[in-house]
Design a protein around this ligand. Structure first.
Ligand code: OAD
Length: 270
């Protein structure tokens, strides 16, 4: 870890941004199951679905209330969880670096903002499980899911009373969770595509934590930062493709949990 810390210190003396890119692993120690871990499956009727089948526009078209039930269950899990030391370390780093810092997160669980990461420097590229928007796309903005909508238990259906709260206030169409689904594309107004690309291309240091490197924009972030000559550090409990990219820079991979490593890293870079 000493050589990696030295490379990070070197990067901090250069112009350019300090960027942290997070995935589900950062919230694992808060008790939220990772996306591709064994707890991600969901049963509808007699069938067990993998998240990659349910987190799609196609599934929402075919069985909207089953998809909503899954999200309202997961929203409850996220709301019951508390940020951990990894989230806190990112807030501390942001407070120290100010405008130079940016957080790009794939997590929809809201734990980064709840820990205190400021909205102006936090880019949620896969949405927010606590928000909804118009499923007919009559407008681009989104709203908090009403507090009257409860968390559902596994297997619990979305009642008529709940459904009446999950509508677009403008056109009356059904609302949908504000998340990016597998059969949808990133864009700027909802998912900060252009802003995040610009930030990555300006990175002097990129710290990636708790992601399995399976999605498109995170790959662009890592590739653009590598091309810009950034030092890249990957923190993960397992090997993953971003660790290999990090190893090709002056940075490298640190094997360990994000709630342990992120606070150490941030403290050592004082
Ligand atoms: P995954 O579930 O695919 O990967 C979680 C990663 O975290 C794995 O590489 C684990 O090894 C690692 N991990 C687990 N516990 C950890 C810990 N305590 N400390 C550090 N690392 C740990 O989650 P993501 O990569 O975030 O998008 O998945 C990316 C996206 O896939 C999700 O945002 C989701 C899905 O498409 C949407 O829902 C739109």
């Amino acid at each position: 870890m000493d050589a990696i810390l030295a490379a990070c210190r070197g990067a901090l003396t250069k112009p350019g941004r300090v960027v942290v890119l997070t995935g589900a692993g950062v919230s694992a120690e808060s008790g939220i199951p990772t996306f591709r871990g064994k707890d991600g499956y969901w049963t509808v009727g007699a069938r067990e679905y993998h998240p990659q089948e349910l987190a799609t526009h196609e599934a929402f078209e075919a069985m909207p209330w089953d998809v909503w039930a899954w999200y309202l269950y997961r929203r409850g899990v996220c709301r019951a969880a508390a940020p951990n030391a990894g989230h806190q370390a990112i807030v501390d780093w942001d407070a120290r670096l100010g405008e130079r810092f940016a957080l790009v997160t794939q997590n929809v669980d809201g734990l980064h903002p709840r820990a205190g990461s400021p909205p102006a420097r936090t880019f949620a590229i896969h949405g927010d499980i606590d928000q909804m928007r118009c499923s007919a796309d009559c407008r681009l903005d989104r709203w908090p899911i009403p507090e009257t909508v409860p968390a559902l238990a596994q297997g619990e259906a979305v009642t008529a009373a709940i459904r009446s709260n999950l509508v677009c206030p403008s056109c009356g169409a059904m609302a949908r969770p504000h998340v990016l689904w597998f059969d949808e594309s990133y864009d700027e107004p909802r998912f900060h595509l252009d802003t995040v690309r610009r930030i990555a291309a300006d990175a002097a240091l990129l710290v990636v934590a708790g992601t399995s490197a399976q999605t498109n924009l995170p790959w662009q972030v890592v590739s653009l930062a590598a091309r810009a000559g950034a030092v890249i550090v990957d923190i993960n409990v397992e090997p993953n493709p971003f660790a290999e990219v990090a190893d090709q820079t002056a940075g490298g991979a640190i094997r360990g949990s994000s709630a342990t490593i992120l606070p150490r890293l941030v403290a050592s870079l004082g």
